[in-house]
Write a protein that binds this ligand. Sequence first.
Ligand code: AP5
Ligand code: MG
Length: 216
Amino acid sequence: MRLVIMGLPGAGKGTQAALLSEKFGIPHISTGAMFRAAKGAGGPLAQKIAQHIDQGELVPDGLALAVVRARLEQEDCRDGFLLDGFPRTVSQARMFEQLLDEMGIKLDAAIDIVISADEAVRRIVERKTCPRCGATYPGGTEVCSVCQVPLAKREDDDEPTARKRLLIYEEQTWPLVEFYRERGLLLEVHGEGPIDQVFHRVLAQLRGLQADEVLG
Ligand code: AP5
Ligand code: MG
């Protein structure tokens, strides 16, 4: 299965992507996580990336595409993948469409996790992340259950930066909803409520997709 997962910052893309990746045995590819790792590695590219992500701004489209192209060419993506946070602009979506054509593969669906802006800000401000494995936790958790290290805040998770990210999403990423609707690939899922309930809604939409394929 080849999937894209979209939604406001804090919508639960990473949370749902981790569950889907485990269920379908496909790699979860988060461009945000890849950029944070590259930033942590240091050097001139790290500085360039930090300038954008720490301010809540998007990195240049060409850099995002280069990172995704290199990742999709890896062996573990041969039978499927789940892209979290890419594409994020119409220009990225067009370049991605071209890349998939070149690779001779097709996207199965673009999942849009829908929550309100207020809920997004609340979740982001409360969220803690594991500095070692990158796992995210809702407010109230202090230690990573896998790595047993204290959780930290992401650099871009303060309220002003979160609000800026929401504005950028509205201006630059929102048009992708229509982009994928026009191509018959959009699956819209209500993203509020318990995490397992949202996951069941996502699975129900994907089952509908598979039923459509079987029924032609
Ligand atoms: P990225 O890392 O993708 O951040 P984002 O889009 O802002 O989304 P988040 O990771 O903040 O939220 P999420 O939807 O994954 O939610 P989560 O599951 O953590 O990108 C970061 C930056 O990288 C960008 O700003 C940009 O600079 C750059 N970048 C990345 N991709 C790029 C691209 N393609 N082009 C250019 N630049 C790019 O959940 C949030 C919180 O809520 C967690 O604490 C979670 O535990 C909790 N939660 C989840 N589900 C629920 C629920 N149902 N109920 C209650 N709490 C929940
Ligand atoms: Mg995320």
